[in-house]
Every structure is written in structure tokens, then in C-alpha cells.
Write a protein that binds this ligand. Structure first.
Ligand SMILES: [Zn+2]
Ligand SMILES: [Zn+2]
Length: 102
């Protein structure tokens, strides 16, 4: 089960709903990335279930930063809860709202 949190930047008002780290459900695993070219944080799918097994990653895949879904040449890093706003660099705050998915 994954959980999406609402993160908000207190300085510029940028908002995103992301898990804030690696998350997994029955069908997919996701990671939260910060794309410096798109100037967004977003969850991207890094593994899907196949052949009746749940989604899983090898340790090599876990240490790899997934590419930006818009353009693989973008400058991307992993983003974690408490990380910087992609627009202005201030620390994002976690809101009270969250959504659970499986
Ligand atoms: Zn900001
Ligand atoms: Zn991008």
C-alpha cells in the first residue's frame, strides 16, 4: 500500500501530491523524483507486477535514479519528504491530507 502526501512550499505556494520516497502497492512501485528541468516533484513508476508476482526491483535498480517521464535527458534526483521546493528551494512542508492507494 502506498500513500500520497500533499506537500506544499510555504515560500512560493508550489504544491505536489507525492509519496515522498519509495512506495509500493500490489501492482506498481513508485519513487519520488525532482526534475530540475521541469521544476517539479512527481512520483514515477519504477516497477510493475508481472506474471502473477508483485512488483519488485533488483538492488541495482533501487540505487538508480529513474528518468524524467517527459524527457530522459532531464536532470533528475530522488526527492524525499522534507526536501527542497523545485521552484524556489525552500523546504516543502507536508500537509494534513493524504491518499492511500494499492
Ligand atoms: Zn517554493
Ligand atoms: Zn523533466
Amino acid at each position: 500500500m502506498g500513500t500520497l502526501h500533499e506537500f506544499r512550499c510555504p515560500a512560493c505556494g508550489y504544491e505536489a501530491q507525492v509519496s515522498g520516497g519509495p512506495a509500493g502497492g500490489m501492482r506498481v512501485l513508485t519513487e519520488t523524483i525532482h526534475c530540475k528541468d521541469c521544476r517539479v516533484i512527481d512520483d514515477v513508476v519504477v516497477a510493475r507486477s508481472s506474471g502473477g508476482r508483485g512488483p519488485r526491483r533488483t538492488s541495482a535498480e533501487e540505487s538508480r535514479v529513474p528518468p524524467c517521464p517527459k524527457d530522459a535527458s532531464h536532470d533528475v534526483s530522488l526527492w524525499r519528504a522534507g526536501g527542497p521546493c523545485p521552484r524556489c528551494g525552500a523546504t516543502m512542508e507536508r500537509g494534513e491530507h493524504f491518499i492511500q492507494w494499492d
